[in-house]
Design a protein around this ligand. Structure first.
Ligand code: SME
Length: 163
Protein backbone atom coordinates (compact mmCIF):
# COMPACT_ATOMS: atom_id res chain seq x y z
CA UNK A 1 0.00 0.00 0.00
CA UNK A 2 1.28 3.45 -0.84
CA UNK A 3 1.29 5.68 2.19
CA UNK A 4 0.87 9.41 1.74
CA UNK A 5 4.13 10.14 3.51
CA UNK A 6 5.95 8.40 0.68
CA UNK A 7 4.89 11.09 -1.78
CA UNK A 8 7.96 13.12 -2.67
CA UNK A 9 8.03 16.74 -3.72
CA UNK A 10 9.79 16.89 -7.09
CA UNK A 11 12.24 19.66 -7.98
CA UNK A 12 13.17 20.89 -11.45
CA UNK A 13 11.38 22.42 -14.39
CA UNK A 14 7.60 22.20 -14.55
CA UNK A 15 7.89 19.32 -17.01
CA UNK A 16 10.34 17.48 -14.73
CA UNK A 17 7.95 17.98 -11.84
CA UNK A 18 5.07 16.43 -13.77
CA UNK A 19 7.29 13.60 -15.03
CA UNK A 20 8.26 12.81 -11.45
CA UNK A 21 4.72 13.16 -10.20
CA UNK A 22 2.95 10.90 -12.68
CA UNK A 23 4.48 7.61 -11.48
CA UNK A 24 3.61 8.61 -7.93
CA UNK A 25 0.02 9.32 -8.94
CA UNK A 26 -0.13 5.98 -10.76
CA UNK A 27 1.21 4.27 -7.65
CA UNK A 28 -1.58 5.71 -5.55
CA UNK A 29 -4.58 5.33 -7.89
CA UNK A 30 -3.79 2.13 -9.81
CA UNK A 31 -5.97 -0.70 -8.57
CA UNK A 32 -8.31 1.66 -6.73
CA UNK A 33 -11.63 1.88 -8.52
CA UNK A 34 -13.34 4.33 -6.16
CA UNK A 35 -13.68 7.56 -8.11
CA UNK A 36 -13.91 9.89 -5.10
CA UNK A 37 -10.88 8.27 -3.44
CA UNK A 38 -8.81 8.79 -6.57
CA UNK A 39 -9.98 12.37 -7.06
CA UNK A 40 -9.15 13.11 -3.41
CA UNK A 41 -5.66 11.65 -3.59
CA UNK A 42 -4.83 13.33 -6.91
CA UNK A 43 -6.02 16.64 -5.43
CA UNK A 44 -3.75 16.18 -2.40
CA UNK A 45 -0.75 15.22 -4.55
CA UNK A 46 -1.19 18.22 -6.90
CA UNK A 47 -1.69 20.66 -4.01
CA UNK A 48 1.39 19.28 -2.23
CA UNK A 49 3.54 19.55 -5.35
CA UNK A 50 2.41 22.84 -6.86
CA UNK A 51 0.65 24.62 -3.99
CA UNK A 52 -1.84 26.25 -6.34
CA UNK A 53 -4.43 28.46 -4.67
CA UNK A 54 -7.21 25.98 -5.40
CA UNK A 55 -7.18 22.56 -6.99
CA UNK A 56 -9.93 20.02 -7.18
CA UNK A 57 -12.76 18.52 -9.13
CA UNK A 58 -16.33 19.28 -10.11
CA UNK A 59 -18.42 16.19 -10.84
CA UNK A 60 -21.24 16.04 -13.39
CA UNK A 61 -24.46 15.26 -11.53
CA UNK A 62 -27.52 15.33 -13.78
CA UNK A 63 -27.66 18.85 -15.27
CA UNK A 64 -25.00 20.50 -13.11
CA UNK A 65 -21.42 20.36 -11.93
CA UNK A 66 -21.24 19.69 -8.19
CA UNK A 67 -18.07 20.39 -6.27
CA UNK A 68 -16.07 17.29 -5.37
CA UNK A 69 -12.77 16.77 -3.59
CA UNK A 70 -10.70 19.96 -3.47
CA UNK A 71 -8.08 21.86 -1.50
CA UNK A 72 -8.14 25.62 -1.18
CA UNK A 73 -10.65 28.31 -0.26
CA UNK A 74 -14.35 27.49 -0.06
CA UNK A 75 -15.73 27.05 -3.58
CA UNK A 76 -19.14 27.48 -5.14
CA UNK A 77 -21.07 24.23 -4.81
CA UNK A 78 -22.94 23.99 -8.13
CA UNK A 79 -22.17 25.27 -11.64
CA UNK A 80 -24.62 25.02 -14.55
CA UNK A 81 -23.60 23.68 -17.97
CA UNK A 82 -21.83 26.30 -20.05
CA UNK A 83 -21.35 28.65 -17.06
CA UNK A 84 -17.91 29.82 -15.98
CA UNK A 85 -14.70 28.17 -17.11
CA UNK A 86 -15.71 24.85 -15.61
CA UNK A 87 -19.12 24.78 -17.28
CA UNK A 88 -17.53 25.73 -20.60
CA UNK A 89 -14.95 22.94 -20.34
CA UNK A 90 -17.79 20.52 -19.59
CA UNK A 91 -19.99 21.64 -22.48
CA UNK A 92 -17.12 21.70 -25.01
CA UNK A 93 -15.20 18.68 -23.62
CA UNK A 94 -12.01 20.74 -24.03
CA UNK A 95 -9.28 21.98 -21.72
CA UNK A 96 -9.48 25.72 -21.13
CA UNK A 97 -6.56 27.88 -20.02
CA UNK A 98 -7.43 31.37 -18.79
CA UNK A 99 -4.45 33.71 -18.37
CA UNK A 100 -6.48 36.45 -16.67
CA UNK A 101 -9.75 35.41 -15.12
CA UNK A 102 -10.80 39.07 -14.78
CA UNK A 103 -10.98 39.24 -18.57
CA UNK A 104 -12.89 35.97 -19.06
CA UNK A 105 -16.58 36.70 -19.72
CA UNK A 106 -18.72 34.71 -17.30
CA UNK A 107 -15.86 33.64 -15.06
CA UNK A 108 -17.20 32.49 -11.68
CA UNK A 109 -15.00 33.96 -8.95
CA UNK A 110 -14.87 31.62 -6.00
CA UNK A 111 -11.89 33.50 -4.55
CA UNK A 112 -10.93 37.08 -5.37
CA UNK A 113 -7.29 35.95 -5.10
CA UNK A 114 -7.57 33.79 -8.21
CA UNK A 115 -5.91 35.35 -11.27
CA UNK A 116 -5.50 32.49 -13.73
CA UNK A 117 -7.06 29.09 -14.18
CA UNK A 118 -6.96 25.79 -16.07
CA UNK A 119 -9.88 23.40 -16.39
CA UNK A 120 -9.44 19.89 -17.83
CA UNK A 121 -12.37 17.57 -18.61
CA UNK A 122 -12.40 13.92 -17.52
CA UNK A 123 -13.91 12.06 -20.45
CA UNK A 124 -15.33 8.54 -20.21
CA UNK A 125 -16.92 6.96 -23.29
CA UNK A 126 -17.02 10.39 -24.97
CA UNK A 127 -18.92 11.91 -22.04
CA UNK A 128 -17.49 14.45 -19.61
CA UNK A 129 -18.04 13.01 -16.13
CA UNK A 130 -16.04 15.59 -14.14
CA UNK A 131 -13.59 18.44 -14.59
CA UNK A 132 -10.27 19.17 -12.89
CA UNK A 133 -9.95 22.85 -11.96
CA UNK A 134 -6.78 24.61 -10.80
CA UNK A 135 -6.55 28.27 -9.84
CA UNK A 136 -3.47 30.40 -9.28
CA UNK A 137 -2.85 33.72 -7.57
CA UNK A 138 -0.48 34.55 -10.44
CA UNK A 139 -1.51 35.77 -13.89
CA UNK A 140 -0.87 33.39 -16.80
CA UNK A 141 0.36 30.67 -14.49
CA UNK A 142 -0.85 27.72 -16.58
CA UNK A 143 0.53 26.79 -19.99
CA UNK A 144 0.71 23.99 -22.54
CA UNK A 145 2.87 21.89 -20.20
CA UNK A 146 0.11 21.96 -17.59
CA UNK A 147 -2.45 21.12 -20.28
CA UNK A 148 -0.42 18.16 -21.52
CA UNK A 149 0.27 16.59 -18.17
CA UNK A 150 -3.02 17.38 -16.45
CA UNK A 151 -4.80 15.77 -19.43
CA UNK A 152 -2.58 12.69 -18.96
CA UNK A 153 -3.37 12.62 -15.22
CA UNK A 154 -7.12 12.95 -15.88
CA UNK A 155 -6.85 10.12 -18.42
CA UNK A 156 -5.19 7.94 -15.79
CA UNK A 157 -8.03 8.62 -13.36
CA UNK A 158 -10.52 7.55 -16.05
CA UNK A 159 -8.50 4.35 -16.65
CA UNK A 160 -9.07 3.33 -13.02
CA UNK A 161 -12.81 3.21 -13.75
CA UNK A 162 -12.56 0.85 -16.72
CA UNK A 163 -12.48 -2.37 -14.76
N1 SME B 1 -13.63 29.77 -11.58
C1 SME B 1 -14.45 28.62 -11.89
C2 SME B 1 -15.34 28.26 -10.74
C3 SME B 1 -14.76 27.30 -9.78
S1 SME B 1 -13.68 27.97 -8.71
O1 SME B 1 -12.61 28.67 -9.39
C4 SME B 1 -13.07 26.87 -7.66
C5 SME B 1 -15.26 28.87 -13.13
O2 SME B 1 -15.30 30.00 -13.63
O3 SME B 1 -15.87 27.94 -13.60
Amino acid sequence: MNMAENILKITGTKEEQYLGLIPQIEGVITGETNFIANLSNVTAILKFQFNWLWVGFYIVVEEELVVGPYQGPLACTRIKAGKGVCGKSWSTAKTIIVDDVNKYPGHIACSSLSQSEIVVPLIQNKLVIAVLDADSEMLAHFDETDRKYLEIICGKIIETLQH
